[in-house]
Design a protein around this ligand. Structure first.
Ligand code: SF4
Length: 77
Protein backbone atom coordinates (compact mmCIF):
# COMPACT_ATOMS: atom_id res chain seq x y z
CA UNK A 1 0.00 0.00 0.00
CA UNK A 2 0.94 3.60 -0.48
CA UNK A 3 0.00 6.43 1.85
CA UNK A 4 -0.58 9.90 0.42
CA UNK A 5 -0.38 12.99 2.64
CA UNK A 6 -1.77 16.23 1.25
CA UNK A 7 -1.71 19.67 2.89
CA UNK A 8 -4.67 21.06 0.97
CA UNK A 9 -4.74 24.61 2.36
CA UNK A 10 -1.41 25.40 0.66
CA UNK A 11 -2.50 24.21 -2.79
CA UNK A 12 -2.14 26.87 -5.50
CA UNK A 13 -4.11 24.96 -8.13
CA UNK A 14 -1.26 24.39 -10.60
CA UNK A 15 -2.89 21.12 -11.83
CA UNK A 16 0.35 19.08 -11.87
CA UNK A 17 -1.11 16.40 -9.60
CA UNK A 18 -4.14 15.98 -11.86
CA UNK A 19 -1.86 15.55 -14.88
CA UNK A 20 0.09 12.85 -13.02
CA UNK A 21 -2.96 10.86 -11.88
CA UNK A 22 -6.41 11.93 -13.05
CA UNK A 23 -8.19 9.29 -10.99
CA UNK A 24 -6.65 10.34 -7.70
CA UNK A 25 -6.54 14.15 -8.04
CA UNK A 26 -9.33 16.45 -9.12
CA UNK A 27 -9.56 20.23 -9.19
CA UNK A 28 -12.35 21.76 -7.13
CA UNK A 29 -14.67 24.11 -9.01
CA UNK A 30 -15.46 25.79 -5.69
CA UNK A 31 -12.04 27.05 -4.60
CA UNK A 32 -9.61 26.11 -7.38
CA UNK A 33 -7.64 23.77 -5.16
CA UNK A 34 -7.02 20.11 -5.77
CA UNK A 35 -8.94 17.34 -4.02
CA UNK A 36 -7.37 14.05 -3.05
CA UNK A 37 -9.97 11.51 -4.17
CA UNK A 38 -10.67 9.09 -1.31
CA UNK A 39 -8.75 11.26 1.13
CA UNK A 40 -9.87 11.77 4.71
CA UNK A 41 -9.13 14.97 6.59
CA UNK A 42 -6.93 14.60 9.64
CA UNK A 43 -5.62 17.12 12.13
CA UNK A 44 -4.16 20.36 10.80
CA UNK A 45 -5.94 20.23 7.46
CA UNK A 46 -3.89 17.27 6.23
CA UNK A 47 -5.73 14.82 4.01
CA UNK A 48 -4.60 11.20 3.91
CA UNK A 49 -5.45 8.36 1.52
CA UNK A 50 -4.13 4.80 1.43
CA UNK A 51 -4.00 3.49 -2.14
CA UNK A 52 -2.77 0.43 -4.04
CA UNK A 53 0.89 -0.03 -5.03
CA UNK A 54 0.01 0.44 -8.72
CA UNK A 55 -0.51 4.11 -7.99
CA UNK A 56 2.92 4.62 -6.44
CA UNK A 57 4.71 5.98 -9.49
CA UNK A 58 1.96 8.32 -10.66
CA UNK A 59 1.52 9.81 -7.20
CA UNK A 60 5.27 10.11 -6.74
CA UNK A 61 5.25 12.13 -9.96
CA UNK A 62 2.46 14.28 -8.53
CA UNK A 63 4.56 14.83 -5.43
CA UNK A 64 7.69 15.75 -7.41
CA UNK A 65 5.86 18.09 -9.76
CA UNK A 66 3.70 19.78 -7.14
CA UNK A 67 4.49 23.50 -7.17
CA UNK A 68 3.82 23.86 -3.46
CA UNK A 69 5.53 20.62 -2.35
CA UNK A 70 2.52 19.64 -0.27
CA UNK A 71 2.12 16.02 -1.40
CA UNK A 72 4.08 13.33 0.44
CA UNK A 73 4.11 9.71 -0.67
CA UNK A 74 5.09 6.90 1.65
CA UNK A 75 5.14 3.12 1.15
CA UNK A 76 3.32 1.29 3.92
CA UNK A 77 2.60 -2.41 4.53
S1 SF4 B 1 0.32 19.86 -7.81
FE1 SF4 B 1 0.25 20.66 -5.70
S2 SF4 B 1 -0.15 22.87 -5.87
FE2 SF4 B 1 -0.58 21.93 -7.86
S3 SF4 B 1 -2.80 21.54 -7.82
FE3 SF4 B 1 -1.79 19.67 -7.12
S4 SF4 B 1 -1.66 19.82 -4.89
FE4 SF4 B 1 -2.13 21.86 -5.70
Amino acid sequence: MVRIFFQRNKCIGCNACVEANRNRWRMSRKDGKSNLVGGKEKRGGIFIADVEDEEYRSNLKASKNCASKIIIIEKIK
